[in-house]
Ligand binder design. Sequence first.
Ligand SMILES: Cc1cc2nc3c(=O)[nH]c(=O)nc-3n(C[C@H](O)[C@H](O)[C@H](O)COP(=O)(O)OP(=O)(O)OC[C@H]3O[C@@H](n4cnc5c(N)ncnc54)[C@H](O)[C@@H]3O)c2cc1C
Length: 523
Amino acid sequence: MAMPHYDVLIIGSGLAACTLALSLPARMKVLMVTKKRFAESSSAMAQGGIAAVHTAEDSSDAHLQDTLVAGAGLCDQDAVRRVVENGPAAIQWLVDQGVRFDRDALDYHLTREGGHGQRRIFHVADATGRSVQETLLARLRAAPNIELRERHIAVDLITSRKLGRDDRRVHGAYVLDSRADRVLTIAAGATVLATGGAGKVFLYTSNPDTATGDGIAMAWRAGCRVANLEFVQFHPTCLYHPEAKSFLVTEAMRGEGAILRLADGTRFMENHDARLELAPRDIVARAIDFEMKKRGLDCVYLDITHQPAKFITSHFPTIDARCRELGIDITREWIPVAPAAHYTCGGVIVDAHGGTDLAGLYAIGETTCTGLHGANRLASNSLLECLVYGRAAAEHIAALEPAVSLDLPAWDESRVTDADELVVISHNWHELRRAMWDYVGIVRTNKRLERAAHRIALLTGEIHDYYSNFRVTNDLIELRNLVQTADLMVRCAQLRHESRGLHASRDYPDLLPEAVDSVLSSD
Ligand SMILES: Cc1cc2nc3c(=O)[nH]c(=O)nc-3n(C[C@H](O)[C@H](O)[C@H](O)COP(=O)(O)OP(=O)(O)OC[C@H]3O[C@@H](n4cnc5c(N)ncnc54)[C@H](O)[C@@H]3O)c2cc1C
């Protein structure tokens, strides 16, 4: 069978991927693959909105300053300027695609979020991501040059090294068609990683199941540098319940007076910060983590029962409904909560147009380290980053000379058999995520990082054996990427001998005078 060849192969279907696909010229033949369904992504779950300067009181300088403050000295100022200055055009592009941001009588209705000095968050009610994604997907489905394939998971990039050449280039990817159970060889002039973050590395996360660090791991294996993976943003209050996967309890509840308690009723925030429950997100997450680790707890409790029942159900209808489904009446009972991994600030190092260390390979969105977020992400800047870099990468790819198409080797399955014991995958998956939660979570110590590194090394060996001997499956591919990304996170954390932004170390509590990226290179 002839090997399919595309001008552009896009891996992922979140906002970064959709923006890039729709910004490429119609003459280019594009394939977009996504490992589950198109709608499954962090992008579709985003509630808050997208930050961009709009009002006369606001300015690019003000947005830049807010981003730099959040980033704790580690942002790349050029990257921040590029993103904030391109923000208004990116929003206009979405409007041109058909996105209908909320308006009031005269203009767009903008909200203000923590860390932003101005109202600058464009939103569509409290379901911005879903609305944007639905609009863009409808456009993609109508584009004759773009082929969309669901349940296709990229396994690995096809590099010059694999072909015995030394020009440091990517020529396409091996992609498992999960339904047909067949690995396809896809050749492409440009290959784009738009695979999102890696929240699933941790036991508790707000991220969808798709966030397994695939792009980071694939880029690393291909020879790209990665950076700043120790900076993982944790949301302080995710609902803790065996059936409540990835359900966030909004911080607005603490804004309305909810109290954090231990199981015996003790209010513990007074031991951590004078602002109590209204302390910033990172401080609250660290306080909860401290109490849970010290006492060996699985969760703490959020208590809003002192407010009138009517007030609670009208202000928090979604949380009320979800908790009721799980048998919790939040007007009378405390809500069990635990912090959860929310956003991966670091990733594959890219330049101003999403170019990586390898020719023909681009990376955009949460999978990257552009320099925008530094040591901590400012709320609602991440969707903006997807838009700005998606558009910049498309412009760069459109100007490329057509690549010479090579004959790529087919996926070799001659030495593998069907897996005999799938329990290995589920056991290792759980063990890794538990170890990362316990040892590489919100507050780190040298000892915990060493423990994590030791376990990751054992798991890596086992997973490598399994991968070498058995036919690939969706779960095995994700597990292999999770353990690879976990290893890179720990190594980045071990490089940082200070506490900065989201990286808190009990052994290095101070801030060093100079802010330096933690860069890992496989060469
Ligand atoms: C609950 C929640 C709320 C949020 N709210 C906001 C907000 O209000 N504002 C904001 O700016 N940010 C928000 N964020 C962060 C923001 O949503 C993400 O950073 C952003 O959507 C990332 O977009 P992306 O395109 O890079 O990745 P994603 O949207 O995660 O998309 C990645 C895609 O790649 C696919 N994929 C992954 N690996 C493979 C593979 N190997 N092969 C094929 N396909 C693959 C996935 O299936 C998925 O479709 C929120 C995040 C969460 C989880």
